[in-house]
Design a binder for this molecule. Sequence first.
Ligand SMILES: [Zn+2]
Ligand SMILES: [Zn+2]
Length: 314
Amino acid sequence: MLITRASSINRALDQIGDKWCLLILQEVFWGINSFSEMAAAIGVSKGVLSDRLKWLQQVNCLQKASRDGRWPRYHLTRKSIELYPSALMSLAFERQFYNNPLLDNIDLIHTSCGKVFQPRLECAHCKDEVHAPDVRYVDGPGSRKDERQVKVRRRSSVSSIDNEQRNLYANIIHLVGDRWTANVIALAFHRIKRFEAFHKELPVATNVLSSRLKFLVDEGVFSLVRYQQKPSRYEYHLTPKGLGLYPFFLTLLQWGDKWCAPEGEGRPMHLDHTLCGEALHGIVCCSECREELSPQSVRFVGPAIENRREERGG
Ligand SMILES: [Zn+2]
Ligand SMILES: [Zn+2]
């Protein structure tokens, strides 16, 4: 058992943060929702796919339905539909920090204003864009320690995704699709910078922690800043790219607050937006008209989308 401070991000990631789960949910958002279509689209073995599908049903993120004796299809639930803001912000991150030819050819159109837009994370109160340094964390009513399984059935290795050309979110999933790596990033948003401080909050084996920190330095999420000489010691500082992950994490935190807290418990943390002084509730809005976005008001247009429509036959 691993004891960590209760965190809605960690709870959310423990449910859906495994890279295969993220990929499956992404495909279902695109309408690819039968077993064989998903196996082909994700390039995953049948054993792993069926394991993750079972898991996602267990945590109420997918619902299986078969009609007229046809093969069953997997559908989003009320819970997983609300991952839509996270999906939009991961797309925005992927676009901003990587060259992803597939994604660069897609336009997002907001049907309410008719314009091509970028998703933007705003404070619902003051409508300013939300940035990590402007958020303050205070213990909430559900602040406590969580007991977490050290070993999850779901594999948690830092490996890359094989079919990168096909995948719209390959890079962000590569970064966050490993449990401990994602936990380390979440801690960095709580202004943790030193190895010992990371280890205090995330008491996994030190070699596991070092490998995740090194990975994140190599990927440009952290930069090393020396804070002591003889012997040299370094802090891990979020780079602009690391800070760029914040909207994805904040939307996931809000989702975890709502959907992953134990019955009857309040939020582990309150967030304040220091720019306006109000409790922070982040909403994902259209960059052009600033209205909050919903799955019904967004259209994706581009060749990659056409291909996907053809693949699923219409
Ligand atoms: Zn605000
Ligand atoms: Zn708009």
